[in-house]
Design a protein around this ligand. Structure first.
Ligand code: NDP
Length: 478
């Protein structure tokens, strides 16, 4: 699709050596599951089977929690922060050294363009380990008292949209604070977590400090409800987040939840249009829209609506959709058949409720899971596509006349994870930012991440912060 023909520029798969099957990573060793069950992980771009992965049952989760407890009590929590920091620095360096292999593996298993896994996911994952390595011996200066103590064993459940990056967000601060972890990656994207297990071995991390249990929702449930867990950290859907909150409520477990979003990306009439268009495209089409903080509701000031829409359509006609391993690809594959079904269903609902649907001309590959970049106009606040998280490359466009109306519409959502403001006026940015009920507000940019900056939500987007000094609080007994 687009005006220019590009020659294919595929990244080589040769850098990745996949095993036929993977065990669970418990106590520093790869071990088979107790009941011998497994599942296949596939490439969403081709439906090719990549590997067979072990499905951890409750007995396996119990083994992993026991290994984590032993490592916590006998090794990790006793180790001085300066020593823990050395391991974290070592892990960060190995992630950097293996960056190309990890990027290819992530794109194969997840379907995201190699340009994104290479330039965003993997460098940010390494940066998180570097950043929290720096905190490990300075915790007494973090503002949580003179001798902050770890919590114990953390049970961490992560989604499929940024597999290695979410692992880094969870594991790096937990280890820096002296906790040990049992992490469950998403069923559709376990491979980079298993590659990370190898990295832990290469870094000589003491056995049991990091344990990886693969499996589906049942494995996650067994982990978060295990009585030996002191802290639960979850990123995923609001529905599952609520279930976990209910399960943890009667216990002493500390809980942080990073859930869904329906962010408003707000364009004022004085915004530089070309810059805003790049921000809109990055806001909703980055990672196929599988982003909790995606700018999925575009609010455009009425006076520039036609200009912005025309420029957006022109820009979308130049996006290239296809092979995630091609370095020219902008839009990769949808992560799974079930996510594709959800995106299709909500898009059909959008049309049925009266919004106008548009996509640039675009050939979709025959095999795999694909959805074209899609824009809905004529959307009202009552439409489901304006209220529900689609978690795909689908943008709903609404209009407003005054800043007050923009604030009201932006806040008219059960979520509150992020928002974007595009304007030339600094005073308007500050006026808006103080009224938007969102954990992160970007001004004249979107989807910018940095390990030093806290990230998290309001309302049904969850609670607790990840990243920055604030991210330490979730893993300290404060
Ligand atoms: P889920 O919330 O089901 O998945 C997130 C993680 O939780 C996965 O590892 C999942 O395992 C695990 N899990 C599922 N059920 C339980 C449970 N009862 N107890 C503990 N862990 C559990 O998200 P989905 O993948 O089903 O996606 C559904 C929708 O959620 C998406 O369409 C999107 O709207 C939203 N979502 C939001 C994300 C965000 O970052 N805010 C991330 C992912 C999804 P498994 O993968 O094996 O099911």
């Amino acid at each position: 699709m687009g005006k220019f023909e590009y020659a294919p520029a595929p990244e080589s798969r040769a850098v990745v050596s996949l095993r036929e099957s993977y065990g669970l990573f418990i106590g520093g060793e790869f071990t088979p599951g107790v009941d011998g069950r497994g599942f296949k992980t596939i490439s969403p771009a081709t439906e090719e089977v990549l590997a067979e992965v072990t499905e951890a049952g409750p007995a396996d989760v119990d083994r992993a929690v026991t290994a984590a407890r032993r490592a916590y009590e006998h090794t990790w929590a006793l180790m001085p922060g300066t020593e823990r920091a050395k391991y974290l620095f070592r892990i960060a360096r190995i992630v950097q050294e293996k960056a190309r292999e990890l990027a290819v593996l992530e794109s194969l298993d997840n379907g995201k363009p190699i340009r994104e896994s290479r330039d965003v996911d993997i460098p940010l994952a390494a940066a998180h380990f570097f950043y929290y390595a720096g905190w490990a011996d300075k915790l007494e200066y973090a503002g949580y008292g003179p001798a902050p103590r770890p919590l114990g064993v953390a049970g961490q459940v992560i989604p499929w949209n940024f597999p290695l990056l979410m692992l880094a967000w969870k594991i790096a601060p937990a280890l820096a604070c002296g906790n040990t972890v049992v992490l469950k990656p998403a069923e559709t994207t376990p491979l980079t977590a298993l590659a990370f297990a190898e990295i832990c071995r290469q870094a000589d991390l003491p056995p049991g400090v990091v344990n990886i249990v693969t499996g589906a929702g049942e494995t996650g449930r067994a982990l978060v409800t295990h009585p030996g867990i002191d802290k639960v950290a979850f990123t995923g859907s609001t529905e599952v987040g609520k279930e976990i909150a209910r399960a943890c409520a009667p216990t002493r477990k500390k809980l942080t939840l990073e859930l869904g979003g329906k962010a408003a990306n707000i364009v004022f009439e004085d915004a530089p249009v070309d810059q805003a268009i790049e921000g809109i495209v990055n806001g909703i089409f980055f990672n196929q829209g599988h982003v909790c903080c995606a700018g999925s509701r575009l609010l455009v000031q009425e006076s520039v609506y036609s200009e912005v829409l025309a420029a957006l359509r022109r820009r979308l006609e130049t996006l290239r959709l296809g092979d995630p391993l091609d370095k020219n690809t902008d839009v990769g594959a949808i992560n799974s058949a079930s996510q594709l079904a959800k995106i299709r269903e909500l898009s059909q609902v959008g049309e049925a409720e009266g919004a106008q649907r548009w996509s640039p001309p675009c050939d979709l590959p025959v095999k795999g899971f694909w959805f074209p970049p899609t824009v809905f106009t004529g959307v009202s606040q009552a439409h489901r596509i304006a209220r529900e998280e689609i978690f795909g490359p689908v943008l709903s466009v609404l209009t407003f006349r005054t800043p007050a109306e923009a604030v009201e519409k932006a806040n008219n959502t059960p979520y509150g994870l992020s928002a974007g403001i595009w304007t030339d006026k600094g005073s308007l940015i500050l006026w808006m930012a103080s009224r938007l009920r969102a954990g992160v507000v970007w001004a004249n940019t979107f989807n910018k991440f940095d390990p030093t900056s806290p990230f998290g939500g309001y309302k049904e987007s969850g609670y607790g912060r990840e990243g920055g000094r604030h991210g330490l609080e979730a893993y300290l007994d404060v």
